[in-house]
Design a protein around this ligand. Structure first.
Ligand SMILES: Cc1cc2nc3c(=O)[nH]c(=O)nc-3n(C[C@H](O)[C@H](O)[C@H](O)COP(=O)(O)OP(=O)(O)OC[C@H]3O[C@@H](n4cnc5c(N)ncnc54)[C@H](O)[C@@H]3O)c2cc1C
Length: 509
């Protein structure tokens, strides 16, 4: 659709949920057309209280520098880096948009949400070491991963991550790759900054404690009618919007179902809960300056790959280990245990059953994680941090993820671990389902929605888009010089580590 100020609607675009997705989308749209009337409706009392909250996610600026699940081993032993490249380049779009906002003054201090933290992939055992070396060879040959280093040497690894190496058998076969251009991000802080900036602009509003209970196409007017429940006063009201964005995290699927759009038929959700171990003691937190990702266990969903993370939240350093996956029928951390059951519809029973049948390993894994004792949980931490002591760590509940079950033509379904974006054919409603790679790729997700939903606006928006995202429309993975220039520029603005120049790039500078 052609997104313009609409005479009939009360708001041009209504966004449900005040997490990083809505905050990013609203910010992009307001930059592209300041006249648009944009309203966010949020059920809770403040922004970023669900998945976008710093302690509900791992804060990894996902650039595929350390996550082993983004690179698959082919049957001939070679390593496919295509997915890693995609995620890596998506984060470049995000970095450019943040850079634009920093230079504009909309983000006063990048240090309030992003910090340089090395990204490390760490493996144990001879066959894993051999795989990591092959992976390193494949990745470091590409200019996008030119800053990656590799070592099997205990002394070098001890420098990179002393807590991981101290207390380890010196004869153990271990290896790691490290990329010092990696980042830790506080997506909660960023959401608050973006919304505060939006609130300074005309024709933007955010209504907290307003739960959207229904989304229906109005009879005759072609607008979306959102039913709102004011959780403080109990009042029930309605708002008419030309477009709707369901950035409601785990709350997006139920609203998509209520909207009754054909594009949403057959989708279902599979909730996965999570737990972290957290340590705030500076004697450890100050000695770990990396996000150390390992290999997932058999049956484990990709987002449950264990990692020992350096976190910087509100200026304080902490360690976070996990996530330990679990099963809960809630779709949001502050949701209801009835969420899963309420989402079952005649059109998604077959996909749900098919996924149950085809994912026995996953089900076993989740059950085993739920039943895991505190001691067993601690044992997996010891694999990363051999000298860890239980008394220094406390258990925290992570954000809830709703993995998407995507229907297919045979009326069966497959479980997806990525993000699924649904856009109606007329472009008036869009929803983001799923959670991975998540917040880090929010800009790419929103650009994708705009291209599909607001195609008529794109030519007029092009100049502004390239001002905000200079590489927009060009490929960073095909152009080494562009890649280097963009990364050096965004690193300077965001106060993070610039890339290492290599090969043709070196000649170009
Ligand atoms: C354990 C875990 C680890 C993760 N680690 C990372 C990571 O390291 N890096 C990364 O980039 N991403 C990570 N993610 C993913 C990332 O956190 C999410 O992709 C991102 O926060 C989603 O943002 P959102 O705005 O869509 O959802 P949310 O932040 O969940 O916001 C949705 C909002 O909608 C509101 N809402 C829901 N229903 C309604 C309704 N009916 N009416 C009004 N409001 C409603 C909710 O209250 C909530 O505030 C992780 C996620 C989890 C759970």
């Amino acid at each position: 659709m052609d997104l313009q100020r609409s005479a009939q609607a009360e708001v041009d675009i209504a966004l449900v949920g005040a997490g990083i997705m809505s905050a990013t989308f609203a910010t992009l749209l307001k930059e592209l057309n300041p006249d648009l009337r944009i309203a966010i409706y949020e059920s809770l009392e403040a922004s970023a209280q669900e998945s976008s909250n710093a302690w509900n996610n791992a804060g990894t600026g996902h650039a595929a520098l350390c996550e082993l699940n983004y690179t698959n081993e082919r049957s001939d032993g070679s390593v496919d880096i295509s997915r890693a490249l995609k995620v890596n380049n998506e984060f470049d779009l995000t970095r450019q948009f943040w850079t634009y906002l920093v230079r504009k003054g909309a983000i006063p201090d990048p240090g309030s949400f992003i910090h340089p933290v090395a990204h490390v992939a760490f493996v144990r055992g001879a066959s894993n070491v051999a795989f990591l070396k092959r992976r390193y060879d494949a990745m470091s040959a590409h200019h996008c991963f030119s800053s990656m280093e590799y070592s099997e040497d205990h002394a070098v690894l001890n420098e990179w991550m002393p807590l991981v190496m101290e207390g380890r058998d010196p004869s153990e076969a271990v290896a790691a790759t490290r990329d010092i251009t990696g980042t830790d991000c506080d997506f909660g802080a960023l959401t608050r900054i973006l919304i505060a900036n939006l609130q300074k602009q005309p024709d933007f509003s955010v209504a907290y404690r307003h739960r959207v209970t229904d989304v229906q196409r109005g009879p005759g007017d072609g607008l979306w009618h959102l039913s709102l429940h004011d959780r403080k006063s109990g009042a029930k009201t309605e708002v008419k919007a030309a477009c709707v964005f369901l950035g409601a995290g785990g709350g997006a699927l139920p609203l998509l179902q209520k909207s009754n759009v054909p594009e949403g038929k057959g989708f279902a959700g599979f909730p996965v809960s999570g737990l972290w171990l957290r340590c705030d003691d500076p004697k450890y937190a100050d000695r770990h300056d990396a996000k150390v990702y390992g290999k997932a266990s058999i049956g484990a969903p990709p987002m449950s790959v264990p990692h020992l993370d350096a976190r910087v939240v509100d200026g304080k350093r902490s360690l976070l280990f996990g996530p330990y996956a679990g099963f809960s029928t809630k779709f949001l951390k502050k949701g209801s245990f009835a969420d899963l059951f309420a989402s079952i519809r005649p059109d998604n029973i077959a996909p749900l059953l098919a996924v149950g049948r085809d994912n026995v390993d996953l089900t076993k894994y989740l059950v085993s994680q739920v039943l895991e004792s505190r001691d067993a949980r601690f044992k997996s931490l010891l694999e990363f941090f051999p000298n860890a002591k239980p008394s220094d760590w406390r258990l925290e509940v992570a954000g809830q993820r709703v993995q998407v079950i995507v229907p297919d033509k045979k009326r069966t379904g497959s479980l997806q671990f990525g993000t699924e974006v649904i856009t109606t054919s007329d472009g008036t409603l869009a929803a983001v389902l799923g959670a991975s790679p998540g917040a880090s790729t929010s800009v790419s997700i929103m650009l994708g929605i705009m291209t599909r939903a607001f195609a008529p606006n794109m030519p007029a928006w092009m100049t502004k888009l390239t001002e905000m995202i200079p590489s927009y429309g060009r490929s960073i993975s095909d152009d080494a010089t562009l890649c280097y220039d963009i990364r050096r520029d965004t690193a300077a603005a965001l106060h993070i580590v610039p890339p290492k120049a290599v090969g043709s790039v070196k000649a170009a500078i």
